[in-house]
Design a protein around this ligand. Structure first.
Ligand code: PLP
Length: 409
């Protein structure tokens, strides 16, 4: 179709293939120690339970589970989610505050769709989740990037300065991953959570709290979710997913937030996919009701904890003494972030480590302005503890070589 470009929308013409996704293909070749992935480990999916539930759902609910369902979600799952909010967050929510989605990524795209007109702005961290950047680009929104403090999250004073200087302007919402952020593994402090909610009320913008890793805490104490802190239920819209605590292949999640936002999400979800798979929803409803989720959360934390500890240990050992290098120490999630000295290009580092069969993701992929390239994301959910130690040794050697070469240039 040589004339395709004549008929594509401006929105489609504007989209480009992600270089990063292309690079990631290189990292799946055999023999590579990959810190590049972002997938939950397959051993964290309980296949026996899945089989049992699938059989039960097909025999007990075949007429509803294999049929279309309501856009908002099947009542059986919504009931369980309301109970889950009580247990995990200590909060009461109503069905009108919730919509089931085809996992968090759909919710990220739908929130961008309901809030953004052409060139409207979204506040986000630098660095931030790549799938969010892609969603906002596809709706032709603009980013207002704010630095992330490795110890307590996004720079709230900077956000305050922006609003003091210009009012809300074209900023519609703030997108955040408060717990064990992807890509940096950083957690937002309680003080900052509270202040951001105050600012959202004062300047009348929304906060989209993306929460895929909240249940994956390996050390330290939980901080209340932004949803729980929004006691008036008027600014925070929280995105949840079953991807990290059940199975990513189910493509199942939900959104909890103000009724007005949920109503609009329902209207934009309808033409997108009518409803999320009722079969997957029934599986999840039983997964929660029968106590499997609770058991699995403990199992998953125990499964990832040694990997998280090995990664922090190995990074401290291999990179700790190098001037200009710093790194985060995540208490959960799946990622750790490395800051390299100014002038060290993580793209070049990637080429070097790849020659020695080690891969990671270059930091510029997560920068809303695609500028910062002296940083890197390391995933620890997939490699074994041995691979983490071995891969970090190689990565450390490559960083040292580049730093030495730069100093002598
Ligand atoms: C921060 C963040 N949000 C959303 C997603 C998408 O997850 P889901 O499988 O729920 O679409 C991911 C996936 O890695 C993520 O890291």
């Amino acid at each position: 179709m040589e004339w395709a470009n004549e008929i594509f929308s401006e929105r489609a013409l504007n989209l480009k293939r992600s270089e990063i996704r292309e690079l990631l293909k290189l990292t799946s070749r055999p023999g590579i120690i990959s810190f590049a992935g972002g997938l939950p480990h397959p051993d964290t999916v309980n296949k026996e339970v899945m089989l049992k539930l699938a059989e039960h759902v097909i025999s007990e609910h075949k007429n509803t589970a294999l049929q279309y369902g309501q856009t908002e979600g099947i009542p059986e799952l919504v009931k369980q989610l309301i109970q889950l909010h009580k247990e995990l967050d200590g909060i009461d929510v109503l069905p009108e505050n919730m919509i089931v989605t085809s996992a968090a990524q759909q919710a990220i795209a739908l929130t961008a769709k309901i809030f953004l007109d052409y060139e409207d702005e979204v506040l986000c961290a630098r660095p931030t989740y790549l799938g969010f950047l892609q969603a906002v680009r596809s709706y032709r929104g603009k980013f207002v990037g704010v630095d992330l403090d490795p110890s307590d999250g996004i720079d709230v004073e900077h956000i305050e300065r922006i609003f003091k200087a210009q009012g809300r302007g074209r900023i519609k919402y703030l997108y955040l991953v408060p717990d064990f952020q992807n890509p940096a593994g950083v957690t937002l402090s309680l003080e900052k959570r509270i202040r951001l909610i105050e600012l959202a009320r004062e300047y009348r913008f929304a906060i989209v709290e993306d929460s895929p890793y909240r249940q994956l805490r390996y050390t330290g104490e939980n901080i209340p979710s932004m949803l729980a802190l929004d006691t008036e239920r008027n600014v925070v819209v929280t995105l949840y997913t079953f991807s990290k605590v059940f199975a990513p292949g189910l493509r199942l999640g939900w959104v909890t937030g103000p009724k007005q936002v949920i109503d609009k999400l329902t209207l934009v979800k309808q033409p997108a996919d009518l409803c999320t798979s009722p079969f997957a929803q029934f599986l999840a409803a039983h997964y929660i009701e029968d106590g499997h989720l609770r058991n699995q959360l403990g199992f998953i934390a125990d499964f990832y904890r040694p990997k998280q500890q090995a990664m922090i240990e190995a990074v401290e050992r291999e990179l700790g003494g190098i001037p200009g290098v710093s790194f985060t120490k995540p208490e959960g999630g799946m990622f750790l972030w490395i800051q390299l000295p100014e002038g060290i290009d993580s793209g070049e580092l990637f080429q070097e480590t790849l020659k020695r069969n080690v891969a990671f993701v270059v930091g510029s992929a997560f920068d809303p302005y695609a500028e910062r390239n002296n940083c890197a994301r390391l995933n620890f959910s997939f490699p074994t503890v041995e691979q983490i130690h071995e891969g970090m040794k190689i990565l450390g050697e490559c960083v040292k070589e580049m730093v030495t070469k730069k100093a002598s240039a």
